[in-house]
Unconditional design. Structure first.
Length: 329
């Protein structure tokens, strides 16, 4: 139930077996709402608790008599992003099995932004699935589908009408009992509509949906907080607010997975520190020359890698007096 598994059960210590496991359903500035097998409950937090340290999807243990928080269990996966100018990571969702990256078949479709979402999913070790909505508004949705599939090896791409109940059947492979999904994407692409369809919510419990500007397909932030909802097939889904800007930072593994063909060619280069730009004996440049790797894809890899290095803070200074600075290289 609720995505509980041996991974979490094995963390419960012998003196904690009387505590009540609950899953974080929503995080607010001044409170945490959780849910367990008995239903929704408000988690009682210590006076000095910081709600920013919790993510929707977290598992916590609480005193069954008072509802007081005792401890948070280690996360199996965590989806997070670094804010501009900030040193810490903003938690988006935890213990997610599948990340549904939602975009629409219109002006919102942006390969560069999809790559950034894929990097975040890879770094979090969640399985990414690209969901294309509003296919009925496009002359040929298959063009969008093919471009999305080429972003990453073996990447599932699903075309749906978010308002149709057929959407649930298309996404059924990832909505099984105990599975947790999270939705990410821009405002106005149909994330909240998709949540309403998958969870079969009643009118008073539905996520709010908003209109979209026709000239640029941008929508308003109708979802203002992350929340956990039950899916009809037995799984759970986390809705998230639209993200306007997604920075690449501290995600080297995620980039390596996205550009697996470059990662696999690198050890074949003549020089171990090959930049794949001008060195002789470069296996990556040879792939570009032969047509098996596009020059545009190599350029996107280089730009993302450069941004990641520039935005990833570096810990420096003597032990016990560490400081965080931006990497200038």
């Amino acid at each position: 139930m609720l995505g509980w598994s041996d991974f979490f059960a094995d963390q419960v210590k012998p003196d904690e077996t009387d505590l009540l496991p609950s899953r974080v359903a929503s995080v607010h500035r001044d409170r945490i709402d959780t849910i367990n097998v008995a239903g929704p409950i408000a988690l009682q937090l210590p006076a000095n608790a910081n709600t920013a340290e919790f993510a929707v999807g977290d598992w916590v243990l609480a005193d069954p008599m008072t509802g007081m928080f005792v401890t948070r269990l280690d996360r199996k996966t965590v989806f997070q992003r670094r804010l501009e100018g900030g040193h810490g990571q903003q938690l988006a969702a935890a213990n997610v099995d599948t990340l549904l990256i939602v975009t629409s078949c219109n002006a919102d479709f942006n390969l560069a932004r999809l790559e950034r979402y894929l990097i975040m999913a890879n770094q979090a070790r969640t399985d990414p699935v690209i969901v294309l909505t509003k296919a009925d508004t496009a002359e040929d949705a298959s063009i969008f589908e093919q471009q999305a599939k080429e972003l990453q090896r073996d990447l599932p791409v699903v075309v749906v009408n978010a308002r149709s109940h057929d959407a649930a059947s298309h996404l059924k492979p990832w909505c099984g009992i105990g599975q947790t999904l999270a939705l990410v994407g821009s405002s106005g692409v149909g994330k909240s509509t998709l949540v309403n369809t998958l969870s079969d919510l009643k009118d008073d419990a539905m996520q709010k949906t908003g209109s979209v500007r026709e000239h640029d397909a941008k929508g308003r932030h109708t979802t203002t907080a992350r929340s956990l909802h039950a899916v009809s097939g037995g799984g759970w889904i986390i809705d998230t607010p639209g993200i306007r800007t997604l920075f690449v930072s501290d995600v080297t593994d995620g980039i390596d997975t996205l550009f697996a063909e470059i990662t696999e060619l690198s050890p074949l280069c003549k020089f171990r520190d090959c930049t794949h730009a001008h060195e002789p004996g470069c296996a990556v440049q040879a792939a570009v020359a032969s047509g098996t790797l596009s020059a545009d894809r190599l350029d996107r890899w280089r730009n993302l890698l450069s941004e990641n290095r520039a935005r990833t803070p570096v810990v420096s200074g003597p032990r016990g007096n560490k400081t965080v600075r931006k990497n200038k290289y």
